[in-house]
Design a protein around this ligand. Structure first.
Ligand SMILES: [Zn+2]
Length: 177
């Protein structure tokens, strides 16, 4: 993966929580939703930056889940899912886990804390106030087990610091031109 990459948070909604950690080597995989009009642009970006990916349409994922008798993926914002990662084999494992709607596999591949994955599995999402659980964290993609989950706190802090560091590196580079 390249050391310097363009920040594309203006057209990739979850750039900082899904793509940035993978580009920086802080997480091995991520899942990014992309609208139809940006699919080819996003593919080029990933290829230029040496990120492995698999593009799966939501309809295709749900067709596969239906065949396997699994719950469908419903709360999506866009029609295209990009499973991304530092290695193609990890991306394949992630896709396979998501087709099976296997929380544990997907959570593990995405680097979510065990405590949060276990809590999610136990209680689901219907009775929880997700905004409240996430309010202390700006850099996470998962639903924390509590607003004070120590492992989430640590991860969020590490990423926030790294974001600051990266923004500074970019700014310093610009000053040298
Ligand atoms: Zn937790």
């Amino acid at each position: 993966m390249k050391e310097k990459f363009e920040i594309i948070d203006d057209w990739v909604g979850n750039f900082w929580v899904e793509l940035f950690p993978v580009l920086r080597g802080l997480r091995s995989t991520g899942i990014v939703e992309i609208p139809d009009e940006n699919v080819s642009r996003f593919k080029s970006y990933l290829e230029e930056n040496g990120v492995a990916y698999q593009h799966v349409a939501v309809a295709e994922l749900n067709e596969e889940r239906r065949k396997r008798g699994k719950d469908l993926f419903l709360n999506h914002r866009h029609e295209n899912l990009f499973y991304i990662g530092d290695e193609a084999r990890k991306v394949r494992t992630l896709v396979e886990g998501d087709r099976d709607n296997d929380f544990f596999c997907v959570g593990m591949m995405l680097g979510y804390p065990d405590c949060c994955v276990a809590a999610f599995f136990k209680r689901g999402t219907e009775s929880v106030d997700i905004d409240c659980l996430k309010r202390n964290f700006s850099m996470i993609a998962h639903i924390p087990c509590s607003p004070a989950c120590p492992r989430t706190t640590e991860y969020d802090y590490k990423l926030r610091k790294d974001k600051e560091r990266y923004l500074k590196e970019i700014a310093d580079d610009r000053d040298c031109l």
